[in-house]
Write a protein that binds this ligand. Structure first.
Ligand code: SF4
Length: 111
């Protein structure tokens, strides 16, 4: 009898812990993204990839395939959530990029 109670307690404890772990992960990710330093446009990799903080300022002559709707917020590499002013980027690890920024590696977020 006591082993059933003990087993139940263990299962309930595991379910509760399992429910909170993803929540804690989201909080940690938000805190991490907010703490990331903004990408410097003078960073050598950023320059090589034509990074700009405002997609409307992209040099059209140098980037003829650029479209106005291409921006970090719609990029597959962007880690921010909708509505975030900035977020992490898989290309520029350790930095945040503005949701309205752009670089040559832009690719659409999967639908
Ligand atoms: S890879 Fe995407 S999210 Fe990162 S800087 Fe370039 S356009 Fe922005």
């Amino acid at each position: 009898m006591s082993s059933k109670i003990s087993r139940r307690a263990v299962v309930q404890g595991g379910l509760i812990a399992g429910a909170f772990i993803p929540v804690l992960g989201l909080v940690a990710n938000s805190a991490t993204a907010a703490a990331l330093p903004p990408l410097d446009i003078n960073d050598p990799t950023a320059k090589a990839l034509g990074f700009v903080t405002d997609t409307t300022k992209v040099d059209a002559a140098a980037n003829p395939t650029h479209k106005p709707n291409q921006k970090c917020g719609t990029c597959a590499q962007y880690q921010g959530k909708p509505g975030d002013a900035s977020g992490g980027c898989n290309i520029f690890v350790g930095h945040s990029v503005p949701q309205g920024g752009w670089c040559k590696t832009w690719a659409p977020k999967p639908a």
